[in-house]
Design a protein around this ligand. Sequence first.
Ligand code: NAD
Ligand code: MG
Length: 379
Amino acid sequence: MKKIAILGSTGSIGTQTVDILPAVDAQVVALTTNTRIQILEEQARALHPKMVCAYDEAAARDLKCRLADTEIRVLTGMDGLIACAAESGADIVVTAVVGMVGLLPTLAAIDAGKDIALANKETLVCAGELVMRKAREKGVKILPVDSEHSAIFQCVQAAQGNPIDKILLTASGGPFFGKTAEQMRTVTREQALAHPNWSMGAKITIDSATMMNKGLELIEAMWLYDLPPEDIEIVVHRESIVHSAVEFVDGSVIAQLGVPDMRLPIQYALTWPARVPCKVPRLRLAEVAKLTFFEPDRQAFPALTLAQRAAAQKGDRGAVLNGANEAAVGLFLAGEIGFAEIAERVAHALDTIAYHKDVTLDDILAADAAARALVRAQP
Ligand code: NAD
Ligand code: MG
C-alpha cells in the first residue's frame, strides 16, 4: 500500500485527489490547507493522516482545537508544509498547493527521496532546472498531474525510447477565445473566472483566461521533457479532448484523448505504471462530433510571448515571470487592476529586473520577491 501526502488537499486538485483515492491502493499520511479548515477537518476524520498543516497560523490554532480528540499532529507555516512533505512517511507527495509556496516543500520531499505527483506547476516554472537536477540525483520520479503533461507522459510511453521531436501542447483558449486585444481591456473578473471547460482554483482560472497558464505549461514541459521551447508548439483546441500530443522524427503524431476531468490524470500519476478503473465518464467521440484546432492569437494573449521569452532565457526568468504573474493575478482578483494589466505588469518586471543566468535557490527566491514587490509597487 502506497503512503501519500497531499499538499493543498482542500483545493480543486486536492479534493479531486481525495475523490479518486478509493481507486488507488493508498494510505494518506499528511494533508494540508491554507485556511480551509472545515474541509481539512472532514478529510482528516475520514482519512486518518499522521499529520496535517494549516499554513495560516490562526487557522492552525482553530484546527488544533477541532482535532483535539484525535492523535493527528497539527502543524503550521512553511515548516509544517515541509514536515508534511518530507517527514510524514509518504512514498509519494501530491503537490496541489497553488503558487510558488510549493517550491520548498517539493524540494524537501525530493531530498527525502519521495516521488512527486506534480500539479503545482509554479515550482517547475520558478526552479525547473534545480528541481529536475535534484530529482535525477535522488532517483526520484516526477509524475505529471497537469492534464497536458500527463498526456505527453502517456504518449512518450508509446515511443519505446525514441526521442520526442516536438510537443503539441493543447490549450482550450479560455473564456476570451476570439476576442481582440482591444476587447480584452474591458473584460470583468466574473467573465475571466468563467472557464468554458474546466472547474479549477481562481488563480489558474485567471491564468487560463490570459493564457499565461499555457505559457507556464510550456516552461513546465520544457523542464519535464528536456526540450528547447521552440520544440513545443501551442495549439488552441477548444474542446479540451486532445490533452496534448507528441510528434516523432517520422512525422507520426501520438495524442492522448479523454473527457476534460482532472481525476483521470491525477489517478494515473498515483497508479502509474498500472491503469485501474476510474470514475470519470468515458469519452464518446461521436457525441463530441468535432475537434477544432487554431493557432493562438499572440496579440490578444501577450502572456504567451512573455513566457516563451522567459523559457528561452532560463536562469531566473521563470521566477520573475511567475512571481510577477502571481502578484498581478492577486491584484486583478482583488479588483485593483484591469485584466490587460496582468500581462503588462509581468512584461514590466521582465524588462526591469536584472537577469541572472546561473542561479541558486536563494537567487530564485530573491527574483521571486523582487518581481512581486515591483508589481505591487506600480501605481
Ligand atoms: P486551489 O486554489 O483550488 O487550491 C489550492 C490549495 O492550496 C488549497 O488547498 C489551499 O488551501 C492551498 N493553499 C493556497 N495558498 C496557500 C499557501 N499560501 N500556503 C499553503 N497552502 C496554500 O488551486 P488548484 O486549482 O487546485 O491548483 C493547485 C495547483 O495545481 C496549481 O499549481 C495549479 O496550477 C495546478 N493545476 C490545477 C488544475 C485544476 O484543474 N485545478 C489543473 C492543472 C494544474
Ligand atoms: Mg493544464
